[in-house]
Design a protein around this ligand. Sequence first.
Ligand code: NAP
Ligand code: G4F
Length: 384
Amino acid sequence: MNKKVALITGITGQDGAYLAEYLIKKGYIVHGVKRRSSMFNTERIDHLYQDPHVENRNLILHYGDLTDSLNLTRIIGETQPDEIYNLAAMSHVKVSFDTPEYTANADGLGVLRILEAVRLLRLSQKTRIYQASTSELYGLVQETPQKETTPFYPRSPYAVAKLYGYWITVNYREAYGMHASNGILFNHESPLRGETFVTRKVTRAISRIALGMQKKMYMGNLSAKRDWGHAKDYVRAMYAILQQDEPSDYVIATGVTTTIRDFIRMSFEAIGVGITFRGEGIDETAVLTSIDEQLFAEKAGEDYLEALRKRIGEDVVGVDPNYFRPTEVELLIGDATKARTRLGWEPEYSLSALIEDMLHNDLKLMKKDSYLKKGGYTILNYFE
Ligand code: NAP
Ligand code: G4F
């Protein structure tokens, strides 16, 4: 039997890496679009990489960019995919305020380029398309919890570009009968999450604080609430959406929402460190109040305990208004009833299990030689 062929844009990103692994395990031949970079940018998929001289490869990478129609059309024509997962995007909400035109081009028009390429290549009836839509579409939320029928109110150049991507996907489905679907995914995280998204920034910083490599972390809006799941669970939903007979749009979420403040508190607690938040607004801080020494030794290592003990009473979290956004999305919480009933999709990871996974990975990473050499064991003020 012929193997199914999938094309993943954004294969070098968090979701692309998990999805590629998932599809390869299912027996797919996976083609991925990666951008040319002056440095290696395939770290997340290096374990899947196969040398071009290997016969019958199941992972093949192509240089490309969502802003380049000719290149996308050629790749789609050459690979003739059964399924396209359009995951590529300038995905950082805060950065989209700095690069609004590029974000519109890649995250908005990029979707059109893929849909139109499929149509022009006469693949409309063969190729199914998944568009990576987002809970950021709900922005200034009009209803809680948010579901497929909740009106959109985007609050950033990123979300406005993704709004175009959402509707052009619906339009091509209705106009040309294409199997094109939106996954409206709420925030999902993992050890592979980009280092400047809030969860990974926190688990990295906590790991560094625990190991004596960093003094304090500086954060933006601590009161925002997010519905966080694990990326491994969310790529299962992407696949399930494209296996349905009929295309449709689905909210994928856990239904649990948590403030950034509580995420930080829970993450410290997961390695045995107690903190207390004090003050308000830009003067808010969190002070290190206690250590469960047995848990800390088990998670971070006994060698680091003495130095941390001396820090009880010191601030470990502060607020830097530079991380505030011109317009913020204050609350996200999703209702994934449609995905549960139609796709049979359920998340397996709880928030605590997600935090465990991320901290375990970051503690291991920070203990590696290269990281220790950068920070030494001296206590640094480390901004990012
Ligand atoms: P990510 O880690 O930032 O990955 C984005 C991917 O897109 C990377 O492979 C990146 O390449 C690639 N890319 C960026 N601009 C490109 C361009 N112009 N042309 C081609 N490739 C480009 O994002 P993610 O978390 O995996 O998210 C995947 C998708 O889901 C994105 O579309 C994101 O907007 C959307 N989404 C994410 C979440 C979430 O919580 N993670 C929730 C809802 C929706 P480089 O590696 O070279 O940078
Ligand atoms: O982790 P974030 O940067 O993710 P955000 O903005 O929710 O966007 C992510 O999820 C979307 C799905 O809803 C995706 F579409 C998008 O591609 C991306 O993956 O920020 C989460 C919250 C925000 O309210 C932000 O203001 O955390 C707040 N925050 C507080 N301090 C911070 C920080 N965010 C970052 N990145 N850095 C901080 O220091």
